[in-house]
Design a protein around this ligand. Structure first.
Ligand SMILES: [Zn+2]
Length: 741
């Protein structure tokens, strides 16, 4: 949740994914027509041999990308023409739009995936060109007035006559049995068209096009700056200052005494990269205060250009909201489909958590200060750069030792058999490894599995697993969708996804790796098990503030004693190693200064809301003074703490990437805690995981979906002057952190 070592991985992933295609979401979430890439080898809609890259028929050479992109565009143009010619045709229009989206999406998603993971630069380059070629076409579709009017006409006619057409025996004559999902998708598509201003007149329409393009450009530039080491600075430590305080360190030995290999020597200074990972690593692990201070200062410096870019992005977003009739971008962003529905619900949720933990934060602060004084050569003031280090170093050794055992429990190669055994026990599913065609893979070590019902052998879908680090590969861990499920003539289009990680060792998974893989597996199964009529709402393609729920529910398997014992039995490790004291250590670590860590996350979520509120109209918005006032208002408990929040928006990329949605992870944590706790702290039943949580994909309205999962009483309702909203109860989550009784 926060840009800290322990939890950064998933957010980086999300950011990576969203930053490439932020504005083409729906149309790039746009099925192959079988003649192009009908490539499945799992059953229902099997066409062709699937012998190309990621199972796409015919994609066997980098040059084939160009051909595939052109064929995709041609097929879509044919369908666009058919929609325009036919005029509004109720749900059939919506179905065709979904089909266009599916055809396009399969090629763009596969190309985007290829350019992030293929070991051969030629493939990456060709996939990149295919993305560019189709990106321009996507923009054309997103602003296509003829498609928009056909969609609006189709929605109007269905609203006027919502019955399903039936024959004299009462059987539906159309292929559509339930129009509800079609209408839901139609409304979402309409909203997405309108994001491009397609419904506006003349000048306003031009202004909207300009704003959308500008936000995209500035966002891309901002992200590039934020990871450009020439702009993010370096951590520089003066050797004399270290020698003055640390007796017994010779000048030659200094670099070796500091986090191995991080620093290089330049004259009388030690220099390290100012990238976030290095800075945060030093903040957690370095016992030398001067090093932590230098890392902190570098981390809180920022590329100067980003100050201007953030202002540009936020003002343009605000203007978009105004044009669309909202008083803030957050209100526009959350309106309609999200669980919260209004910034007021998010604000109540975040402030409610903050109020519940603020006293514990103060107490924890005193303990941290005392710890630092005990550990330091001289008693000094507790400074912002002492926090991560004190939190990490003050974990009792006994817990740290127990915890260390978890880092060498499972071999990387044992994860799949372990997960398969767990899925069988929990859900009656199994993972079957199948052969890869030599031209289907993109790097050594890729494994292809089918997710199957153990009893019936029904195959739900395919997951490619590509877990190990290699040069040139996408960083972090993520789930890439390659083909969404949807109802097609003759059966169901089998979903296909790729789970990518960057595990550095071929030998053992660290506990963090295991937790990450469980989290991403939750996303993968959500995609594979979902059975929606249309691809638009398949798997993880629902509203941002509910799609993280299944992955957070799955993440908890990694620290569940019963689950790990099941995994251990099938993977060859000794289940007797999984003793109670090991899980006590896990729990202790989770609770260790939990309020301090959680408050930081809450503050960043509040900051994200604030940046997308109507406060942007104030002339001091975004200045350091303005940020100081804002952070002070939201739970800072110590005067020195103001130093901690120097310009976070200028380096903390999620604040730009999430655009008012950063709270979604806290929502998911709370709902996941509720799902487990409502089953007495044991893993949820098959009915809950498969049917209620995953099988529906994103096809239910957010509130209905969450109420079905945890019950109506577990949502707090908020009534505002214009809109009402919802947020999850947070006490079960606080309880898991030891912050509530
Ligand atoms: Zn996730």
């Amino acid at each position: 949740m926060i840009p800290c070592i322990s939890t950064r991985r998933h957010l980086l992933v999300q950011l990576g994914r969203h930053s490439w295609l932020p504005l083409v979401e729906r149309f790039t979430k746009l099925r192959p027509i079988t003649s192009l890439s009908g490539s499945d080898d799992t059953g229902a809609t099997s066409q062709g041999t699937g012998d190309g890259f990621a199972g796409i028929t015919g994609l066997r050479d980098p040059r084939d990308w160009k051909m595939l992109a052109s064929k995709t565009e041609g097929a879509c143009r044919g369908l666009v023409d058919s929609v325009i010619k036919a005029g509004p045709k109720g749900v059939d229009t919506i179905r065709t739009l979904d089909e266009i989206s599916d055809i396009l999406c399969q090629t763009i998603d596969a190309a985007e995936f290829c350019r992030h993971v293929h070991e051969d630069p030629q493939w990456r380059h060709a996939a990149n060109a295919a993305c560019d070629q189709l990106g321009a076409f996507v923009h054309e579709l997103n602003t296509h007035y003829g498609l928009y009017t056909a969609l609006c006409g189709a929605l109007d006619s269905e609203r006027a006559d919502p019955k399903v057409d039936c024959d004299p025996h009462g059987h539906p004559t159309s292929r559509v049995k339930d129009k509800k999902e079609y209408m839901y998708v139609g409304e979402m598509l309409r909203r997405d068209f309108e994001r491009y201003g397609v419904h506006l007149e003349g000048g306003q329409r031009d202004e909207m096009t300009q704003l959308v393009a500008d936000i995209h450009r500035a966002g891309h530039e901002y992200m590039t700056n934020a990871i450009d080491e020439s702009k993010t600075g370096r951590v520089i430590v003066n050797i004399d200052s270290l020698l003055g305080r640390k007796q017994g360190i010779s000048a030659e030995k200094v670099p070796e005494n500091l986090s191995g290999g991080v620093f290089s020597r330049r004259g009388n200074s030690l220099v390290a990269s100012g990238c976030s990972k290095v800075c945060l690593g030093l903040l957690v692990h370095s016992d030398i205060e001067d090093v932590r201070k230098a890392a902190f200062q570098t981390y809180h410096s920022f590329p100067v250009e980003n100050a201007v870019l953030v202002q540009r992005i936020l003002s343009s977003r605000h203007r978009v909201a105004e044009i669309m009739g909202f008083d803030s971008f957050a209100a526009y962003q959350l309106d309609g489909f999200s669980l919260s529905n209004t910034p007021l619900a998010v604000e109540k949720f975040l402030k409610g958590i903050n109020e519940s933990i603020v006293h514990t934060v103060v107490r924890e602060r005193e303990v941290l200060e005392a710890f630092k004084n005990k550990m330091s050569d001289s008693v000094g003031t507790f400074r912002p750069w002492d926090r991560e280090w004190s939190v990490s170093r003050s974990l009792p050794d006994i817990y740290a030792r127990s915890f260390g055992r978890l880092n060498s429990l499972f071999r990387v190669s044992e994860f799949l058999p372990g997960m398969s055994a767990l899925l069988e026990e929990a859900m009656g599913l199994s993972l079957t490894v199948v052969d890869l065609h030599p031209t289907e893979t993109w790097a050594p070590g890729v494994v292809k599995v089918w997710v199957q019902d153990t009893a019936s052998k029904e195959t739900f879908g395919t997951i490619y697993m590509d877990l190990l680090q290699r040069p040139g590969k996408f960083g972090g861990a993520a789930l890439f969708t390659l083909r969404c499920g949807r109802r097609v003539a003759g059966g169901y289009q089998s979903p296909k996804v790729a789970l990518v990680a960057n595990i550095s060792s071929e030998h053992f998974l660290s506990f963090g790796d295991l937790e990450t893989l469980c989290h991403e597996f939750g996303h993968a199964l959500h995609s594979v098990l979902s059975r929606t009529e249309m691809q638009h709402l398949s798997g993880t393609r629902g509203p941002q503030d509910i799609i993280e729920v299944p992955s957070h529910v799955f993440e908890r398997f990694a620290s569940d004693q019963r689950a790990l014992k099941v995994m251990a039995k099938s993977s060859g490790c000794d289940p007797d190693l999984l003793t109670k004291d090991l899980f006590d250590a896990l729990s202790a670590r989770r609770r260790h200064f939990a309020a301090t860590k959680l408050q930081r996350t809450v503050q960043l979520c509040l900051m994200d809301q604030y940046m997308h509120s109507n406060c942007i109209e104030s002339s001091t918005f975004g200045s350091q003074a303005d940020i100081d006032v804002f952070m002070k208002e939201h739970g800072l408990s110590h005067p020195n703490a103001l130093d901690e929040v120097r310009h976070p928006p200028l380096r903390f990329t999620h604040l730009v990437g999430y655009a008012g949605n950063y709270y979604s992870y806290l929502f998911a944590n709370c709902i996941a805690a509720e799902v487990w706790e409502s089953n007495g702290g044991h893993w949820p039943s098959r009915d809950v995981i498969h049917d209620k949580m995953m099988g529906k994909g994103g096809s239910l309205p957010a509130r209905e979906y969450i109420e079905g999962l945890v019950g109506q009483s577990r949502l707090e309702k908020v009534t505002g002057s214009k809109r009402s909203g919802n947020y999850p109860k947070f006490y079960p989550y606080l309880k898991t952190l030891g912050l509530a009784a």
